[in-house]
Write a protein that binds this ligand. Sequence first.
Ligand SMILES: [Zn+2]
Length: 133
Amino acid sequence: MKKRPLTLCIILLLMMISTAAMTASLSVTLDAATPVGEQARALTAYICELPPAQQEEWLEEISAFLTSQKTFFAQPATDREETIVYVTDKGQRYHSQTTCSGLKKAINISGVTKEVALAMGRTPCKICYPGGD
Ligand SMILES: [Zn+2]
């Protein structure tokens, strides 16, 4: 029983690191107004107050969360919906980079997620996506 808080802290530390990595790569925070470290500390304090049975539930939940994060980061960047692509106001394509020759004449280039580009009905540019996507 005495070992549990230490295990809990290690897992929370891992979660904090993982959340920080996620925040850095996706520019997303759980709550933009509060630093991630502070949120993790608050969560740690909250869990340590709980009865052991509930701590166990949290451990399982956190483990599941960590596993899902690992799966997410193991995917190639192009498979993530958060991949940023570039579109123009009138173009029918989306591009992987602003330096693409297909964007030479473009005036307004916007970076959007691939999900958004697809929702706009855009198809992959044949120059920057020779394989189709
Ligand atoms: Zn292109």
